[in-house]
Design a protein around this ligand. Structure first.
Ligand SMILES: NC(=O)c1ccc[n+]([C@@H]2O[C@H](COP(=O)([O-])OP(=O)(O)OC[C@H]3O[C@@H](n4cnc5c(N)ncnc54)[C@H](OP(=O)(O)O)[C@@H]3O)[C@@H](O)[C@H]2O)c1
Length: 304
C-alpha cells in the first residue's frame, strides 16, 4: 500500500515508518522542517512537506494514498486546547479526503482518560460531554467517519510508549528528579501507568491499517499498569537519589504540568486488541527497559 504517515519524524511515527517499509509498503511521511524531512527520507520514505495546520497538504497526502496513519501531535502542554483543536481539524480533513473510498485511516488517541481507576478496555467509550480532556472529541469523530465510507480506526497507546529515543513523560520524570534531587511519586504511589514498547506499538499500527475493521478501537498496551512508585524507585536507584512521596498540596509545585498525568491511575488492557488483530507485544516491558540504563544517558532531552 501507499501509506501517508503524519508525525513520521516522531518517536512513534518513525517506528511506524520503519515497520511499514520493512513490511514492503510504500510510505509518504509528512514533514514540517528540513530536519524532519531528512529523517523521513533516511528512513526510506518519500517526503511530503507540510504541517498539521496546512490542510491542503493533509488533503493531498490522504487523497494520493491507499491509507493514512495519523501520529502527529502538538505536544505543548501550555496550549492543550489549541493542540486538540488542531488535531481535530487535521483528522476531519484526512477523513474528508478518504470519504467513500473504504480506505483505512488510523488515528492516535490514548488510554489515559478512558476509564480512570479501572482497567480500561477497547470497548470503553470516552464521553465528550463529561470528559475534561481536550482530546475527548477525537474518538467520536473517528468513529463517525466509519459510517462515511472510511475504514477508520483508533489506536490508544498507554501513557508511556517507551524505548530508545523516548523524549516523553518518563524522560521528563528523570530530568525532574535530577533537578529536584529526589525521585518522587504521589501519595502511596499505587496509581498505575500502562505502557508499551514503541516497536510493539508500531506493529499494532500496521495491523490496524491492514486489517482493522471500520470504527474499531485498539489498545497498544504491553504492561497493563506499572505502579508509579515502582517507576520512581527505579529512577532513584539509577540516579542514586532518594525516593519520596510528595504530599498532595505540593504536587503542583513539584511536578508542574506533569502533576495531572503522574497522578493518573489508568491501567488498561489489550486483550480485545490481541484477539481482534492477532497482535501480541514481544518487546521488553517498561521496568525492564528502564533497567537497561539507556534512559539515564538521554534524559536531558525530555519534553518541556
Ligand atoms: N509517546 C508516548 O508515550 C505517548 C503516549 C500516549 C499517546 N501518545 C500519542 O501518540 C502520538 C505520537 O506521539 P509521539 O510520542 O510519537 O510524539 P512526538 O515524538 O512528539 O512526535 C510528534 C510528531 O508530530 C509532529 N508534529 C508536531 N507538531 C506538528 C505540526 N504542527 N505539524 C506537523 N507535524 C507536527 C512532529 O514533527 P517534528 O519532528 O517536526 O517535531 C513529530 O513528527 C501522539 O498523538 C501522542 O499524543 C504518545
Amino acid at each position: 500500500m501507499r501509506v501517508f504517515v503524519t508525525g513520521a519524524s516522531g518517536f512513534i511515527g518513525s517506528a511506524v515508518v520503519a515497520e511499514l517499509v520493512e513490511a514492503g509498503h510504500q510510505v509518504v511521511g509528512l514533514a514540517r522542517s528540513d530536519q524532519a524531512a531528512e529523517a523521513v527520507a533516511a528512513a526510506g520514505a518519500e517526503v511530503q512537506r507540510g504541517s498539521l495546520q496546512d490542510l491542503d497538504a493533509l488533503r493531498r497526502g490522504a487523497a494520493a494514498a491507499d491509507g493514512v496513519i495519523h501520529t502527529a501531535y502538538i505536544h505543548d502542554f501550555s496550549r492543550m486546547a489549541l493542540a486538540a483543536q488542531t488535531d481535530l481539524r487535521a483528522i476531519e480533513t484526512l477523513g474528508d479526503a478518504l470519504e467513500g473510498s473504504g480506505r483505512p485511516l488510523v488515528v492516535t488517541t490514548g488510554t489515559a482518560l478512558v476509564n480512570p481507576g479501572n482497567v480500561a478496555t477497547e470497548d470503553d467509550v470516552i464521553d465528550p460531554a463529561t470528559a475534561t480532556h481536550p482530546r475527548a472529541a477525537t474518538e467520536p469523530l473517528v468513529k463517525a467517519l466509519a459510517s462515511r465510507g472510511v475504514r477508520s480506526s483508533i489506536v490508544r497507546p498507554g501513557a508511556s510508549v517507551h524505548g530508545e529515543g523516548d523524549h516523553g513523560f518518563v524522560p521528563f520524570l528523570i530530568s525532574l528528579a535530577r533537578t529536584k534531587g529526589v525521585s518522587a511519586y504521589i501519595g502511596d504511589g499505587a496509581n498505575r501507568w500502562p505502557a508499551v514498547h514503541r516497536f510493539d506499538a508500531a506493529h499494532l499500527y500496521r495491523l490496524a491499517l491492514e486489517d482493522g475493521a471500520a470504527g474499531s478501537v485498539f489498545h497498544a498496551i504491553g504492561d497493563e499498569g506499572v505502579p508509579t512508585r515502582d517507576i520512581a524507585e527505579i529512577i532513584g536507584r539509577h540516579l542514586s537519589l532518594p525516593v519520596a512521596s510528595i504530599l498532595s498540596e505540593q504536587v503542583g509545585e513539584h511536578f508542574d504540568w506533569m502533576a495531572a498525568f503522574w497522578a493518573l491511575d489508568a491501567p488498561a488492557s489489550s486483550t480485545l486488541t490481541q484477539a481482534r488483530l492477532g497482535w501480541a507485544p514481544t518487546h521488553v516491558g517498561l521496568v525492564a527497559d528502564l533497567e537497561q540504563g539507556h534512559y539515564f544517558h538521554t534524559a536531558e532531552l525530555a519534553v518541556s
